[in-house]
Design a protein around this ligand. Structure first.
Ligand SMILES: *Cc1c(COP(=O)(O)O)cnc(C)c1O
Length: 460
């Protein structure tokens, strides 16, 4: 399988190179040149597989020649061995909804499903080329810890994660700073999240430094993250349908950067029987407005009780646009230029109709989110985290929908307690965090300080 850019400016490259490239060098996003097709016989067979077996089947055509079947199977085994549930992503029947629990990984959020795999994949590729990688990223909370857990202890990788000093939740802070492996470097910046992002951008555009230190990114634009997320759509379908290919499912997906729901879209394009993808946003509703009006236009970012979805411009949206615009990079480029210049883009009416054939969308308010946590708890005793509650609320009217549960409710204990008066029992991975030893550097929020710290840490 070869990979190309949504903007047409990258000569086709292989899987491993696409994973190492992250963002396409022409500013676009990398996608496979063609979408592998899954026929009915394969769907029926896959419905009986374990999560790990299924992951190998789903990923194999995307990986092409770059990994043997055994290498891929080994990566998959190691990536999901640390999950707290034997099914990895089990499906719970909750009232008339189905909750796809994606939070059994080490940081209790769905990002583990992709980042555990990406960490092992990076290490595998680096071993083969006898290379080293220095990952640099800024986090407002969730992604940082999942990325750290994905690469902790990997001998060929160092990771530097910037978070705003004393401005992430105590649990989130502890999840990052209690990881004491020698290759993990937490940096708390005296500033806010935007300062962190600004510094990361500045260091990545220092090309001399970037090349000398082989800087890499782990944000959600990496193709391998999408790939790992396609798997659980097939898994959920297999568990519900038992392999009956006439059975189409509705999936409801709490959405921020359009990564998770784009994986669902890829599954559908591969041939998974999907009736509808429900795109659920909180008050930060650029994506739900797009589905409902055909106009993509940012407004300001509001803080909510589902903070991992407090995003306006979505980094993966361009991948969907590429398929919507009939895989024509010129049209994608023109629309993205429109976006950069006018702050909005608009698709033609026939394309909007196409969007609505597959997607439905709703923006869920703070009050509705809390009401959903309360209603589900009262009716079933099951506790939803606020992100998952947004998806469950948006799925109203779709009986039997599969709702993706993106975080464990104990991770957002305050919002849950506010809604139902009790907190969820924390999973083992979140217990005892406040008593553990921590390591973290506190720096001024300047690129020079961070650069000097990295050079010193890396030994020249
Ligand atoms: C990252 C995240 C999301 C949003 O996922 P996207 O792929 O950005 O759409 C939703 N819920 C939680 C808990 C998250 O951490």
């Amino acid at each position: 399988m070869r990979y190309i850019s949504t903007r047409g400016g990258v000569a086709p490259i292989g899987f491993a190179q696409a994973v190492m490239m992250g963002l396409a060098t022409d500013g676009g996003l990398l996608l496979p040149e063609s979408v592998p097709q899954v026929n009915a016989a394969a769907l029926r067979r896959w419905a009986g597989l374990s999560f790990q077996e299924l992951a190998v089947e789903v990923m194999r055509p995307y990986v092409g020649e770059d990994l043997t079947r055994d290498e891929l199977a080994d990566l998959v085994q190691r990536s999901y061995a640390g999950f707290a549930h034997p099914e990895v992503t089990p499906l719970a029947e909750v009232g008339d909804a189905r909750i796809l629990e994606l939070f059994h990984g080490p940081t209790a959020a769905f990002k583990d499903v992709a980042l555990q795999f990406l960490g092992n994949l990076f290490e595998h590729i680096l071993e083969r080329e006898d290379g080293q990688l220095n990952i640099l990223g800024a986090t407002s909370g969730d992604t940082g810890s999942a990325a750290i857990y994905g690469v902790r202890g990997q001998p060929r990788i160092n990771i530097f994660i910037l978070h705003p000093y004393q401005r992430v939740s105590p649990i989130q802070e502890r999840q990052m700073t209690t990881v004491l492996d020698a290759n993990v470097h937490n940096i708390a910046l005296r500033g806010n999240f935007d300062d962190g992002q600004r510094i990361v951008k500045a260091l990545f555009s220092d090309l001399e430094f970037k090349d000398a230190y082989r800087l890499g990114a782990v944000n959600s634009i990496n193709w391998a993250r999408i790939l790992a997320q396609i798997v659980y759509y097939f898994y959920a379908w297999g568990r519900v349908s038992g392999g009956d290919t006439g059975r189409k499912l509705v999936f409801s997906v709490p959405t921020g950067n359009f990564g998770d729901i784009f994986a669902g879209y890829m599954a559908q394009r591969m041939g998974l029987p999907v009736e509808r993808l429900v795109l659920a946003t909180n008050r930060n509703d650029i994506l739900s407005r797009f589905v409902n009006t055909g106009v993509y236009q940012a407004s300001e970012v509001y803080p909510t009780i589902s903070p991992s979805m407090d995003i306006q411009v979505s980094s993966n949206f361009e991948r969907y646009l590429y398929f919507l615009m009939d895989q024509d990079p010129h049209q994608v480029k023109a629309l993205m230029e429109q976006m950069a210049q006018a702050g909005k883009l608009e698709i033609p009416a026939d394309k909007q109709a196409e969007v609505k054939q597959l997607f439905a969308a709703a923006a869920v308010s703070e009050e509705e989110t809390k009401a959903q946590i309360k209603a589900t708890y009262a009716a079933t005793g099951y506790i939803l985290d606020p992100h998952t509650a947004v998806g469950v609320s948006a799925a109203q009217g779709y009986t039997g929908a599969v709702c993706l549960a993106t975080a464990h409710p104990a991770k957002f204990g305050d919002a849950v307690k506010d809604a139902i008066g009790v907190e969820a029992e924390p999973p083992p991975s979140l217990q005892g965090l406040m008593d553990k030893e921590t390591r973290c550097a506190v720096l001024d929020a300047t690129a020079d300080e961070v650069l000097a710290y990295m050079q010193q840490t890396l030994g020249n």
